[in-house]
Design a protein around this ligand. Structure first.
Ligand SMILES: Cc1cc2nc3c(=O)[nH]c(=O)nc-3n(C[C@H](O)[C@H](O)[C@H](O)COP(=O)(O)OP(=O)(O)OC[C@H]3O[C@@H](n4cnc5c(N)ncnc54)[C@H](O)[C@@H]3O)c2cc1C
Length: 453
């Protein structure tokens, strides 16, 4: 990959075949596919690093995944990339104990007991997964069924199960974790889609979400893909304006530079599209989706907890500022813990005392001695965490993003066909959109040959 990080005096750099907006997993994958087949590619990345919503950074005396982390063999695209580059996985530790909140107080027990409590309610909630999504990588094969369900929220469907209060509270907090946001804002179809991707098994889905990490960190995989392309990579290139027609795409970045290409792939998160003006504007349904954003607006924080040394798993209630905890790395007389919460604005991720107050409800007396986090929701180049769709997104907006607009295409985990919201979906959509451009290119070549013959 050739890096172009110097100050850029030119207002009109050389034209390329394809501009890629964003150097996360979708952008890097698309760049590799296109350059390896001979197309010239320039990636415009607003930040000064690759990886996007994955970020393997220093913190708490080690390296920590501040964003996307876990991968699984049920995720075919990321698994293939790991095999391609000879990168393994490392397991998160099996929890020795579970803590949860019930009837107004803390409870502790065997993690299997907690899983067992979640089993039947989850089976009932997701029983239709394979009926509505028989082919999860083609989510609209049963369009009528999806349409009939896509207006409902996860909260609606949990309420309809009419569970005993304790089971209902546990199921609500479990899905609040999965949404990383409010279950009142999250589409029920997204819950079904997730579970359909693990053959209808919610427990395997949970395993896929929080069990196996990339050995050497997500940055290692992102770097391996980046090293496999000779695309130009421009850091500090925040796209602000985009004009597209049937012939070309013109993209202007914050410093006034305009880049021109025959095609462009935007891999910007849905929320980050609010900052890009487009001419012509996107169709109304897509603009509405950009305006509404995703439901994943929560927090992920790392902290060191003193007084606990055994790996544990813990659930608070759905509206706590942090409602899920996983003890990840034993650390002397403490343990380094990941916490998730549904609303990034409800917790200051740098405030150890605030975090201690929440975890202290479940593990009284434990002390938080250090914290590390990134606020993805306030980050202008993310604006969301993992993309959990709102009601209607799947049926009304996603087909438009898949179709693209003229020479502009959309890739990224917000627009994936399969594992939407995951690294896998980002890679999948990068492959799909690169292939479509390659096919168009090849067709154009054939047409030119036919004209000149
Ligand atoms: C806290 C958290 C935890 C997660 N946990 C997991 C997990 O355990 N497992 C999993 O599989 N997934 C997880 N995810 C989701 C996963 O990280 C993302 O879905 C995936 O990395 C998205 O890749 P992408 O290429 O689609 O988008 P991104 O990674 O967001 O890449 C888009 C790129 O576009 C750039 N950009 C934005 N705006 C502009 C602009 N105007 N101009 C130029 N560049 C711009 C951004 O800087 C970014 O680099 C998590 C995400 C978060 C935030």
């Amino acid at each position: 990959m050739s890096l172009n990080t110097q100050a850029r005096p030119t207002s009109r750099p050389a034209e390329v075949d394809v501009l890629i907006l964003g150097a996360g997993f979708a952008g890097l994958t698309a760049a590799r596919e296109l350059t390896q087949r001979g197309l010239s590619v320039r990636i415009l990345e607003a930040r000064d690093r690759i990886g996007g919503r994955t970020w393997y950074a220093d913190g708490l005396g080690r390296r920590l995944e501040l964003g996307g982390t876990w991968v699984h063999w049920t995720q075919p695209y990321v698994w293939a990339e790991l095999a391609r580059y000879g990168i393994g996985t490392v397991p998160s530790p099996a929890p020795a104990v579970a803590h949860w909140w019930e009837d107004g107080g803390p409870r502790s027990g065997d993690p299997l007991e907690l899983l067992a409590r979640l089993d039947e309610p989850n089976r009932r909630l997701t029983a239709e997964a394979r009926t509505v999504f028989p082919e999860p990588f083609h989510p609209l094969t049963q369009a009528a069924l999806v349409e009939a369900t896509d207006h409902e929220t996860v909260a609606d469907r949990i309420a309809a199960l009419d569970l005993p209060p304790g089971d209902r509270a546990l199921l609500e907090t479990f899905w609040t974790l999965n949404v990383n946001g409010s279950i009142d804002a999250a589409a029920y179809t997204q819950a079904l889609r997730w579970v359909a991707l693990t053959n209808g098994d919610w427990a395997i889905n949970f395993e896929a979400c929080a069990s196996y990490k990339v050995d050497g960190g997500t940055a290692r995989l992102a770097r391996a893909i980046a090293d496999d392309t000779d695309a130009e990579l421009w850091f500090g290139a925040a796209v602000e304006f985009l004009v597209h027609d049937d012939d070309a795409v013109r993209v202007t970045t914050a410093d006034g530079t305009t880049h021109v290409a025959r095609h462009a792939i935007s891999t910007l998160p849905l929320a980050a599209l609010t900052r890009v003006r487009m001419t012509p504007e996107l169709p109304q349904a897509m603009r509405d989706a950009v305006h509404e954003g995703q439901a994943g607006l929560g927090a992920k924080v790392w902290f060191r907890l003193e007084g606990v040394t055994e790996p544990f798993v813990a659930f608070g209630e759905k509206d706590w500022p942090l409602n899920f905890f996983q003890g990840e790395y034993p650390d002397g007389d403490g343990i380094i813990v990941i916490g998730f919460g549904p609303d990034a604005s409800a917790i200051d991720p740098t405030d150890a005392a605030a975090i201690e107050r929440v975890i202290g409800r479940l593990i009284p007396g434990a002390r938080v001695t250090a914290v590390r986090a990134h606020d993805w929701v306030s980050d202008p180049f993310a604006g969301e965490t993992w993309p959990m769709h709102r009601p209607g997104y799947l049926t009304h907006a996603l087909p438009g993003f898949h179709a693209g607009a003229g020479r502009l295409r959309f890739a990224g985990s917000d627009y994936a066909h399969g594992w939407g919201g995951f690294i896998d979906g980002a890679i999948e959509s990068g492959l799909v959109e690169a292939r479509r451009i390659l096919t168009e290119h090849a067709d154009a070549g054939v047409r030119l040959l036919a004209v000149s013959a």
